[in-house]
Design a protein around this ligand. Structure first.
Ligand SMILES: *Cc1c(COP(=O)(O)O)cnc(C)c1O
Ligand SMILES: [Zn+2]
Length: 501
């Protein structure tokens, strides 16, 4: 739709303008730093940072109902830079001009409601929000679009050039970083560090295909992260891990989209998501807080963070009900099918501690909960979800297992509606499904397949057939007729089909 055809009251707001003043704020010493330079940790005390708009108050002058219309009408624009996460430009990157924005189709992911049988099995109404339907097939694209748009902006301004972008990854960060960096060729080169044999073949193929330099190193993600931190402290490289606070801003779009898809009615809503490095949970809380402060949503949804008992440092921290007695202790991770969340020392832990407090204070009650699930339940629930028409990855399975655990623990009300983050596409982690179906999980996963959930191919090759087609050697004439008839017979008898005449 053309600008002049939109309602008059919305027209001035429709196209986002450069505005606001962003600063990094340290979560340790509260010092503020300008955003002209890329900072990842506080130069004074070394803590992680969050980005704030020091003119945020201006958003409160616009009534909530007008914001609703701005976002709703923006959906109709044909300008590509506001088709993704920057529909919420004012809340994500208000200082960015539209021509700095990198849009590769991220955001706007669908919410798919559970069908009646699945809802019945689980006990409440719920949706999967399929963040696997982002361009590199995980939610990481939301944060990467933000981080790379900002770097692109610095390049356009001539403040930096020939950027070497680096990240450590459990697979999806590197896939996403490599994709966006490839798009910004030749200004950005991408380097990724992966734990050897700890990412799936599909995830490995992604940065390789995008042309990144891919290093595999021994150890787990936490070890890769330490190397990348050391590189970013000592050399001139741009860090793309979620330590980079720009990633968090972009990932807030997940919350904004949920709010908009429920027409900004957040009463009785529950968001369930897996926790790895805890960047996503930080972003989701921060996003809802901003919309609530601005009067765009009427209530803060309940939030449930889920961890596998093979990688559960955040769950363990919050297990102690007395905040004064809580102590953060990194854990040594064990193999997990929720491999992208297999992190023992989450970089965003200080952000979580800060944001959970703010979230609960705003809600005036405990509104953030943490549950623990086992590997078996993650796999079982992933397979059950997908047998009911979903495309959940193992982490989506973890969300669903977490929802079931939360219901059992009485954290939810019967009329609550849950939105589950399926953080990546199921095919990225299909190897775990194979291991389940073929019953070959190494023992340390502690997973034994439920026979009812196993599926496998049925090979049809009638014994009496001496000639069958082969690549480059098709059958012809009576041989081919016989082949088609015999194979059809076997399939129809396997399926117990009835003749239609
Ligand atoms: C990165 C990732 C996670 C964990 O998100 P954090 O922000 O690190 O907590 C979960 N699932 C998938 C598929 C991921 O790629
Ligand atoms: Zn500091």
């Amino acid at each position: 739709m053309r600008i002049k055809d939109f309602p008059k009251e919305i027209q001035p707001y429709l196209i986002p303008k450069e505005q606001g003043e962003l600063i990094y704020r340290c979560l340790g010493c509260n010092k503020e730093f300008g955003i002209e330079k890329l900072l990842y940790t506080c130069p004074d005390c070394g803590q992680v940072l969050l980005i704030y708009d020091i003119n945020f108050q201006r958003h409160k002058k616009i009534p909530g109902e007008i914001w609703h219309k701005i976002f709703d009408y923006r959906k109709m624009l044909t300008i590509s830079s506001v088709k993704g996460i920057y529909r919420y430009h004012e809340f994500i990157g208000p200082i960015l001009p539209l021509d700095a924005i990198v849009y590769l189709g991220e955001g706007n992911t669908p919410m798919i409601e559970a069908n009646a049988p699945l809802k019945e099995k689980v006990g409440i109404r719920f949706f999967f929000k399929n963040d696997g339907q982002n361009p590199s097939a995980s939610f990481k694209d939301r944060g990467m679009a933000s981080a790379l748009s900002y770097i692109h902006f610095l390049i356009q301004k001539g403040r930096i050039s020939d950027v070497l972008a680096i990240c450590a990854s459990t697979g999806d960060t590197s896939a996403s970083a490599a994709l966006y960096a490839a798009y910004l060729k030749p200004h950005i080169k991408s380097v990724v560090l992966l734990p050897h044999k700890k990412v799936t073949p599909q995830q490995l193929s992604q940065p390789l295909g995008s042309g990144a330099i891919v290093f595999e190193i021994p150890g787990v993600f936490d070890d890769c992260m330490k190397v990348v931190e050391s590189l970013s402290e000592n050399y001139n490289v741009a860090l793309l891990n979620s330590k980079n606070a720009w990633r968090i801003l972009g990932q807030e779009s997940y919350s904004y989209e949920i709010a908009q898809d429920f027409e900004y009615e957040m009463t009785d809503k529950v968001i369930v998501l897996p926790i790895g490095n805890a960047g996503n949970l930080s972003a989701v809380m921060s996003g809802f807080i901003k919309f609530h402060e601005t009067g765009i949503i009427n209530a803060l949804p309940k939030i449930i963070g889920v961890q596998s008992d093979h990688a559960d440092p955040v769950y363990r921290y919050y297990r102690n009900p007395d905040p004064k007695k809580r102590e953060f202790i990194p854990v040594t991770v064990k193999p997990s099918v929720a491999q992208a969340a297999m992190i023992g020392n989450p970089v965003s832990m200080p952000r979580i501690i800060h944001l959970v407090d703010r979230y609960n204070q705003r809600a005036k009650k405990q509104n953030v909960f943490f549950v623990q699930v086992n590997e078996q339940s993650i796999m079982d629930w992933e397979l059950i979800a997908n047998r009911n028409g979903h495309i959940a990855c193992t982490h989506g399975g973890e969300s669903l297992a977490g929802l079931v655990a939360a219901i059992r623990q009485g954290i939810l009300n019967p009329n609550d509606i849950a939105i589950l983050d399926s953080t990546a596409h199921t095919i990225k982690f299909s190897g775990f499904q194979d291991m389940y179906f073929e019953n070959r999980f190494p023992t340390d996963f502690e997973i034994s397949p439920n026979p009812e959930l196993i599926n496998s191919t049925v090979y049809i090759h009638p014994n009496d057939l001496t000639k069958v087609p082969q690549p480059g050697k098709p059958l012809t004439g009576d041989d081919f007729k016989l082949f088609v008839r015999r194979v059809s017979d076997e399939i129809s008898s396997y399926l117990k089909l009835k003749k239609n005449h």
